[in-house]
Design a protein around this ligand. Sequence first.
Ligand code: XIL
Length: 463
Amino acid sequence: MRTLRHGLPLTSLFTGAATVGALLLAAPGAHAADPPLRDLAAAQGKVVGTAVTSSKLSGTYADIAGREFNSLTPGNAMKWESVEPSQGSYNWSAADRVVDFAEAHDQQVRGHTLVWHSQNPSWLTNGNWTPDQLRTLLHDHIDTEVGRYKGRLASWDVVNEAFNEDGTLRSDLWSDNLGSGYIADALTWAHAADPGAKLYINDYNVEGVNAKSDGLYDLVRSLKQDGVPIDGVGLQAHLILGQVPSTLQQNIQRFADLGVDVAITELDVRMQLPSDSGKLTRQAADFKSVVSACTAVTRCVGVTVWGFADSDSWIPDVFDGYGAATPYDGDYQPKPAYSAIAEALGGTGDTGGGDGGGDGGGGTPPEGCTAAYSVVNQWNTGFTGQVTLSCSGASLSSWRAHWTFGAGQHLTQAWNAGCSQSGAEVSCANASYNGTVPDGGSVTFGFNASWSGSNPVPEVTLG
Ligand code: XIL
C-alpha cells in the first residue's frame, strides 16, 4: 500500500459471539508513556522506518519492527546479488518476506537498491560485457525487479552512491561502461516499470552542504530540468557521534527547493566502543537533531534507521572498534536515542520503562474504574479485540492495561493505545490524546491479534 492505513477506527462488526471479561488497570503514572514511534510520526505526516533483516522477522524483532515503524527497507534482500545470484535465476524469498510483513503491518516499503557499485553478483561484475550488453542487463534488472513489486512499494532507491567525495561521478561498472547517462536511464526505466513509486537517488556524506552534496545537487537540478522522473533525494546519514553536520537542515531545504522530496534513509550514529552513559546521551542528542531537521522541512518525508537494534547493525562489521549505533541495545531495550526520536516526533520521550511500547506501571488502580475486554470480530486466524475503560466516582489521568494471552494469541496491531507483547504478556498504555478517563466517561482502544485452536478471554493481571 502506498498510503498508510494505520490508525483505522475500530470496526464494530460482530461475526461471532462477543466475549467479555474484566481487566484491572495499573495506576496512573506521572505522565503518559508515548505511543509507538509510527503513531507519533504519522501525526506529523512523516515516516519513521527501519532497515530490516528478512530472516529475523519473528519474535521480539518482528514485534518491534511492526509496532514502532511505518516503513521498512530491506537491508540486503533487494540488492542485485540477493535477487539474482546466478544469471537468470531469481530468488525473491527474502524480499517477498519483507514486503508481505510490511503489508500485514500497514507499513510502507522502501526498495533498496537497483543500481550500485557494491553487492552485485559476481557473474555480473566478472562478465566481459559490451556497453550494449551491460545496458540491456541493467534495463532488464530494473524492469524485472521494479515490475515484480509494482504497486506495492512506496519508493525505490534507484541509484545508490554514485558520487565521489569531491562531487564528481564515481568511476564504477556503470559509469565506466555507460557514461553518466546511466542515472537518467535507470530512473526512466524504473518509472516505466512502476509509475506510482517515488524514485530516489541515495548517497552518504551528502547530509551537510559540502562538495559531494553540491555534485548531487547539480545532478538533481539538471535531471529535473531535463524532465527525468526523479522524485527524491536520500541522505543515508551514517553519522559519527557528535558529528551531525550543522548545515543538515539547510541542505535538506535546498534539495526540497528543487522540487524533490528528501528522506533520511539509513540513519545510524556510531560511537567508539565501549559505550557509556555520556556517549548514549550525546547519541540521543544527535538522533534528535537529525529527526528534528527532517520534521522542520515539509518536503522531508521521514527518517529511516539502518537497523533498530545494536545487534542488527552493520557498523561493528565494517567500522573497526565502533558500534552501538542504533536506538535499541542488543537486548531490544530502548536506548536514550529511542526517546530522543520520540521527542523529535512530538512525544514526551517517556518509554514507560519497558521496551518502548509500555510496560511497568504499578500501584493500585482507583476504585470506580474498570476495564472490559471483548472480541468484536473473529476470523480463521485472527481477531479484533477492544478494551473499554470506564470510570464512575473516580477518574484516570493516564492508564495502562495488561493481560496474558494464554492460548498463543499474538498481537499484531493496536490503535488508540500503545501496546506491546513480550511472550504471552500484553501491555497497553494510553495514546497521547486519550490518557484521561473522566468520572462518568470511558475510553476504548482496539487491537488485532492472531489466534489458533482457541481464543479464551485473557486472565487479568495488574500492571
Ligand atoms: C549494508 C548492510 O547493512 C550490510 O548487511 C551489508 O553487509 C553491507 O551493506 N549504504 C547502503 C546500504 O546503501 O545498502 C549498506 O547496507 C550500508 C551503506
